[in-house]
Design a protein around this ligand. Structure first.
Ligand SMILES: [Zn+2]
Ligand SMILES: [Zn+2]
Length: 93
């Protein structure tokens, strides 16, 4: 397969989707990249791919915290400290 010239959707610059990369992408069953390597690494650098965080208010102490999951409505949400505390309480009960 020849190298493919692709236009980056972000900076509109042309970049090469090389034969080697194509192979790698097809092997992993991934769609062809839409961004040039520069923008791709920039995206990774600003942490856009980092896991989402949800803002919560602890039901126990009222502290604001962030959790890596979507809290369910109507369920008790705890900040990290209270969560740890309730966990160790359960363990030693
Ligand atoms: Zn780009
Ligand atoms: Zn708390």
């Amino acid at each position: 397969m020849p190298d493919i010239e692709t236009t980056c959707v972000q900076c509109k610059e042309m970049f090469l989707f090389t034969e080697k990369e194509q192979e790698m992408f097809y092997q992993r069953n991934m769609p062809p990249p839409q961004r040039c390597p520069k923008c791709r690494s920039k995206k990774a650098a600003i942490g856009e791919d980092a896991p989402k965080r949800f803002e919560i208010v602890c039901d126990n102490c009222g502290k604001h915290d962030q959790v890596p999951f979507q809290p369910k409505v109507g369920r008790t949400v705890l900040c990290r400290e209270c969560h740890e505390a309730s966990r160790s309480r359960a363990r030693y009960a």
